[in-house]
Design a protein around this ligand. Structure first.
Ligand code: VG1
Ligand code: CO
Length: 543
């Protein structure tokens, strides 16, 4: 069991993106690729000898292999103990909870989230710090810098560790505890929400359909919805986690969860539908023939927060990522609490939550959560909705429409153009930037440009500054168009176009979002030359 030092050469492309390093499995499988990145993390975080690490992933292809490598490297790098989810599996929010509950030095979370899995699919890895949050930019930058210089890594020569039975084993001087990935998390949920009220709702004939998309939430959903809340067995679909997610995109949206959508829009539809993604941190919420835009979901939950036992004291504040609609800001203003606008990615919420400035956070990309962990949390959002539905005893659609009537409706949509040639995507952004000055004050139909910029954020807690977080065209009436390049894709470039327009007039709230935003969409195309520059007529996904 002697630790061995292995010589290696740097790879140039180990720059963490929005949420860790995401690459094709074939890239991770290059000689020493995974080891280089893991050693770069260990070198950068300088954990004191004997520290405890949490470890788990979404169970996708290559998860088990990577876990074994990481355990042997952790032992060789002086960790004293690793808490690893049984089978190497932990959902992202469950991993965040394990880090916090057992006060580990941090954790490694293996996930490429909603990206497809399998031998030709994607894999990913990120480091979360001791508060359970994805590492902030200063740490991810240090990891990247280290990866460009690395010349050796440390690993123990040892047999693979058995990961499918709970309990303690050891690897050299390091203890390994294989932990139940579900119970701690389910207990946390039970401490936040009114399970008795939800159980009564379900017993009264309310029908729930949750799509685990053959991803990590299957066992969590079964334990919570079926075992603890008494939902029927058919309430949870695609509940068996598969290494390739059954060949699908484990991305909970109207395009990639077609069976769930068909059920909720079909005859005899269930009352409530929901889905989560590959690693369990995203959520999609559906009512009967009704889709709740993630930005609205955040706002509705914030407005109804005190209905859930864990939030009866009210919220300290609300944070949303910049591209997320301002619907939550309106709720914050009405409640008299602060609201914050951060760059895309959950790592920007951690400081605000640690400082007690915000309780609830959200992103337009199907991410919602609160300070109970430091990641977004798919099942938490689903349970919050069930708690609100149990308390208000109204259909999802009625709750959202009443919300719009009270606060106004922020029409919102995101158009994704996936797998574009990198040059073409960059060209769209630089073309916009070159036209910032010319666009200021320009008039397009009913819209007048107030100004354009690249979004920058100064963290109010530690003063760190993040530049170039999205290109914004802001209009005088508060409407906006945002262009942003994705930091999670693994093929070509993904360009995201975010559109938002506010409508106070209730008589116009029934409009379809795409119709309400048609004029802004046309303006976005005109000023960006997106079609001309990319050759794409239509987005790949509209949400
Ligand atoms: C996307 C989303 C972002 C989210 C990130 C990680 O990033 O837009 O809001 O935080 O994914 O979510 P990007 O850079 O591709 O736009 V997950 O569920 O993939 O961990
Ligand atoms: Co995810």
């Amino acid at each position: 069991m002697t630790p061995r030092t292995v010589s290696t050469r740097p790879y140039p492309d180990q720059k963490p993106g929005t949420s860790g390093l995401r690459k094709k499995v074939t890239v991770f499988r290059q000689p020493h690729y995974l080891e280089n990145f893991v050693q770069s993390i260990f070198d950068s975080i300088a954990a004191p000898p004997g520290s405890t690490l949490a470890l788990g992933g979404d169970g996708r292809y290559y998860n088990r292999e990577a876990i074994q490598v990481i355990l042997k490297m952790a032992a060789a790098n002086g960790f004293g103990r690793v808490l690893v989810g049984c089978g190497g599996i932990l959902s992202t929010p469950a991993a965040s909870h394990v880090i916090r509950k057992y006060q580990t030095f941090g954790g490694l979370v293996l996930s490429a989230s909603h990206n497809p899995g399998g031998a030709d699919g994607d894999f990913g890895i990120k480091f979360n710090i001791a508060n359970g949050s994805p590492a902030p930019e200063n740490i991810t930058e240090a990891i990247f810098a280290r990866s460009k210089e690395i010349s050796e890594y440390r690993i123990c020569e040892a047999a693979d560790v058995a990961l499918d039975t709970l309990g303690a084993t050891s690897l050299g001087n390091m203890q390994i505890e294989v932990i139940d990935p579900v119970t701690d998390y389910a207990d946390l949920m039970e401490s936040l929400f009114d399970f008795a009220a939800i159980r009564a709702l379900l017993a009264g004939g309310f029908r729930l359909r949750f799509d685990a998309m053959h991803a990590v939430t299957g066992p969590y959903a079964r334990e919570i919805f079926i075992n603890r809340l008494g939902a029927s067995a058919e309430s949870v679909m695609n509940a068996v986690p598969l290494e390739d997610f059954g060949g699908g995109h484990p991305d909970p949206n109207l395009t990639y969860a077609p069976d769930l959508v068909a059920a909720l829009y079909g005859e005899d539809a269930p009352d409530f539908g929901a889905a989560s993604d590959g690693d369990g941190d995203r959520n999609m919420i559906l009512g009967q023939r009704f889709f709740v835009t993630p930005s609205d979901s955040l706002a509705v939950l914030a407005a109804n927060a005190t209905l859930a036992p864990g939030y009866t004291q009210g919220l300290a504040g609300i944070a949303r990522s910049m591209p997320t609609s301002a619907a939550a800001d309106r709720v914050a203003a009405a409640l008299g609490i602060p609201s914050f606008e951060t760059p895309t990615g959950w790592k920007f919420f951690g400081n605000l939550m640690d400082a007690g400035r915000v309780t609830m956070c959200g992103e337009e990309s199907f991410g919602t959560s609160s300070s109970h962990v430091r990641e977004k949390d798919g099942l938490w959002a689903v349970l919050f909705w069930l708690n609100v539905l149990a308390a208000r005893k109204q259909p999802v659609e009625t709750i959202v429409r009443e919300h719009w009537a009270k606060f106004g409706r922020n029409f919102y949509s995101r158009h994704d153009y996936e797998n574009l040639p990198v040059e073409a995507a960059n060209g769209v952004i630089s073309h916009l930037r070159e036209n910032f000055a010319a666009l200021a004050g320009a008039q397009f139909g009913q819209y007048t440009v107030q100004g354009c910029d690249d979004f920058s954020y100064t963290d109010p807690i530690d003063g760190s500054v993040s530049h170039n977080q999205g290109t914004r065209i802001l209009f005088t009436d508060g409407s906006r168009i945002v262009f942003r390049l994705s930091g999670t894709g693994t093929e070509g470039a993904t360009l995201r176009l975010y559109l938002e327009a506010f409508e106070a007039d209730v008589s116009r709230h029934a409009l379809d979002a795409q119709d309400a935003l048609a004029e802004l969409i046309a303006i976005a195309h005109r000023i960006s030359e997106l079609r001309e520059r990319t050759g794409r007529e239509q987005p790949t996904v509209i949400t």
